[in-house]
Design a binder for this molecule. Structure first.
Ligand code: PMV
Length: 336
């Protein structure tokens, strides 16, 4: 099965004509505490392993989609028209082409993303989730969120986790067509948990996560160790969430991220997303811990760090990282 066949199958009983003038959908960005790194099927973005994330509350993508009477899609990002030749526009155009069983041939897509794009801050996750959700609203598809999650996954794997707030597990699934590979929200709330964005560089990354993942799987001599480590980390993280054991959660998440980056360093050619500032930030986090402040980090396919800590430690964390952008992922929520 290819991506277009998966979309046709999922939408087999759904309307193919727009039911309103526009569809609008907001999807939060998500940061993996237990990473997705390696695809068993790169066409369908099916992972070897399950992963688990926390959504970033009000940070994410809001997309409005409308039919566009022209020969091309018109794509706007944060109010600016994006050149159709850019890889950003081409990814969106290729994704929209998967829905060619629908009556609209070209769309106007307006996306507002309030985090840096392409810098390893989960912009593609929230971007594809918002796009799939907006299409669903335009056509009035009556789909369970698990199906929307599969549609998002076909754009970018981590998008499967961006349809909910709070903690979300993306279950890897086993079937070849990926119909059992989607996000599932965890019901646990953890109001004291804080995420801090430590942004060093907002430029788009030099190597895409797709390329980096494929290279790691194909060339790192240590990749074979990852699946067992990942499964064990997932168990520890879920247990830590259930028991509100912050140190277990954050220590496991930090080690999981460091392992993922160590695998990338041992790929051929090596992949290094960190900048000198990234390493300086890591050292400062470790230094804070030596001083008794429980703060940890995670890092994705980019140089920026995301800090994990509890609300009570905010003043101490800000003293070391004054420019930190702080997110309270559970603020004002009683359900995910
Ligand atoms: O969904 P992608 O292709 O952008 O890959 C995401 C990869 C990581 O962010 C590094 C890990 C993850 O699980 O989100």
């Amino acid at each position: 099965m290819n991506r277009a066949e998966a979309v046709s199958y999922l939408l087999r009983d759904q309307p193919k004509d727009p039911k309103r003038d526009e569809g609008v959908y907001f999807a939060p960005a998500n940061i993996a505490l237990c990473k997705y790194w390696g695809k068993r099927n790169s066409e369908l973005n099916l992972p070897y392993n399950s992963s688990l994330s926390i959504s970033l509350q009000q940070y994410g993508a809001k997309t409005m989609i409308r039919p566009h009477a022209d020969r091309f899609n018109r794509i706007r990002l944060n109010g600016q028209v994006v050149d159709n030749e850019t890889s950003f526009a081409q990814k969106i155009t290729a994704y929209l082409a998967l829905f060619n069983m629908c009556s609209v041939t070209n769309y106007s897509v307006d996306t507002e993303i309030n985090i840096p794009v392409g810098a390893g801050l989960a912009s593609s996750a929230c971007g594809f989730a918002a796009l799939a959700g907006a299409l669903g609203r335009l056509y009035d598809w009556e789909l369970p969120k698990s199906t929307l999650s599969i549609l998002g996954r076909l754009g970018s794997g981590s998008a499967s986790r961006s349809f909910w707030h709070g903690f979300v597990e993306w279950q890897a699934g086993e079937s070849a067509d990926g119909m059992d590979s989607f996000g599932i929200p965890l019901t646990h709330l953890w109001p004291e948990l804080r995420i801090g964005l430590l942004i060093f560089n907002t430029l788009a990354k030099p190597v895409s996560s797709r390329e980096a993942m494929a290279l790691t799987v194909a060339t790192s001599p240590f990749y074979s160790l990852w699946p067992a480590k990942q499964n064990a980390d997932l168990v520890r993280i879920k247990e830590a969430i259930a028991t509100h054991n912050f140190n277990q959660l954050a220590e496991t998440a930090e080690h999981n991220a460091l392992t993922m980056h160590a695998l990338m360093l041992t790929a051929t050619p090596p992949i290094l997303y960190s900048l000198p500032e990234t390493l300086q930030g890591m050292k400062e986090v470790w230094h804070c811990r030596q001083r008794g402040v429980p703060v940890y980090f995670t890092q994705d396919a980019g140089p920026n760090l995301k800090l994990l800590f509890l609300a009570k430690d905010l003043p101490a964390v800000l003293a070391s990282f004054p420019s930190l952008q702080v997110i309270a992922p559970f603020e004002g929520r009683d359900v995910a």
